[in-house]
Design a protein around this ligand. Structure first.
Ligand SMILES: [Zn+2]
Length: 395
């Protein structure tokens, strides 16, 4: 199993300069290779392979001497990253690769020449770096990513392979459906509601104050740089609190259940209210689902995404009667057919759970030809005809 361990690292002034150069060179090379791939494609109808990109390096290093100052492993890794970015695009997982900007998060990956021994990390050219090891890793260090936050902190993300296979999956046990919301972050089919901590709102005032201070500072001044870091620190605080909340909640849900079902977010976002966009980006649904997924895999449990549109809110979970419409402010409703009174969100979570279990029961997975296995009858929900299929579920 691959597991990532993230540690804070402390660099000397000399190392900081070299790392800044490495960030710059990698960004330059990524953009250069992306542009070259685009141009080559326009001219010949074919892109560039990973090796073709790597093979450009010796020539480039002669032209641009500054490229030789930084670790060459990191530059080679850029070619790998770019080809996986293209692969993800062609397999419809992401958008077309974009040029990297200095204002984005800065990071660089080392595939080799890395070692963590005691409290020191050895990196190509940067040599020994002090590393605050909080949790002891186990296994073999596969790759390492060094990043810098906008407030000027450095982190090393170490990917370890412990050599142990993932446990065999079993669906024996409790199943839970999770409806993700804005007011309540998560609502489960067993009736629990987990409030959204709304970190952003809580820190909004503090952030506004710091941003106001930043706006007053003269451009290019030392004080402006200090104020910029203060703003970044508030942002980082929000991120840390959110991650902590998501980790604890996902751990709790995975520990208590054997089958975890959520709605595919691409589908969920199609029905979202645009006014809620800010709250939605604040609550980190995507990150939460990623955590559920890997925690479930580590525990030999099932993580299922209901990957098609179905009216989870307006279908009665008791008799499967479907309402024509259900307005967003209707928190409680009574089924006109069977008379059951439903809590809107809990009913939706139950429908999500049942749909996931149905998919599991019929082996609703992609076949070798890429065709999807579709059940012929017994489908509880009517499929919306205009909604495109998303990626298949991983089971
Ligand atoms: Zn009913």
């Amino acid at each position: 199993m691959l597991k990532a361990f993230k540690y804070r690292i402390y660099l000397t002034d000399e190392q900081k300069v070299l790392l800044a150069k490495t960030f710059g060179c990698c960004r330059w090379f990524y953009n250069f290779a992306l542009n070259l791939t685009n141009e080559t494609y326009k001219a010949t109808g074919k892109g560039l392979s990973r090796n073709e990109i790597i093979n450009k390096l010796p020539e480039l290093k002669k032209e641009k001497e500054w490229l030789t100052e930084v670790p060459s492993q990191a530059l080679q890794q850029v070619a790998l990253d770019l080809s996986s970015a293209f692969l993800n695009f062609f397999e419809k997982r992401t958008k077309f690769p974009k040029f990297k900007k200095k204002s984005n998060k800065q990071s660089v990956r080392f595939p080799q020449g890395i070692k963590l021994y005691g409290e020191y990390l050895t990196l190509p050219k940067l040599k020994k770096v002090y590393c605050k090891v909080s949790r002891l890793p186990s296994g073999k260090l596969k790759s390492l990513t060094v990043s810098m936050t906008p407030s000027g902190k450095y982190f090393a993300s170490c990917l370890y392979d412990d050599g142990i296979d993932l446990p065999k999956q079993s669906s024996e046990g409790k199943a839970v459906g999770i409806d993700l919301g804005v007011k309540d972050f998560a609502i489960t089919s067993d009736g629990s509601k987990y409030g959204n901590p709304k970190h952003y709102r809580k820190y909004e005032q503090k952030l506004a104050k710091k941003q106001k201070q930043l706006a007053k500072k003269q451009k290019g001044s030392n004080n402006r740089n200090k104020a910029r870091k203060a703003v970044a620190r508030v942002h980082e605080k929000i991120t840390r609190c959110r991650e902590d909340f998501l980790h604890k909640l996902s751990r709790k849900l995975v520990d208590k259940n054997q089958v975890i079902v959520v709605e595919n977010l691409a589908v969920k976002n199609m029905v979202r209210n645009h006014k809620l966009a800010k709250s939605i980006s604040d609550c980190g649904w995507g990150q939460f689902c990623t955590m559920l997924k890997y925690k479930a895999e580590w525990g030999g449990k099932y993580y299922i995404e209901v990957d098609r549109f179905f009216p989870s809110s307006k279908t009665c979970n008791h008799c499967l009667n479907q309402l024509d419409s259900l307005s967003l402010d209707m928190k409680l409703w009574q089924c006109p057919k069977c008379g059951t009174i439903h809590d809107r969100d809990i009913n939706a979570a139950k429908n999500i759970r049942d749909e996931g279990l149905r998919m599991l029961a019929v082996g609703h997975i992609a076949t070798a030809s890429g065709e999807r296995v579709r059940p012929s009858k017994g489908t509880a929900f009517v499929r919306h005809p205009s909604v495109k299929e998303e990626s298949p579920v991983t089971l």
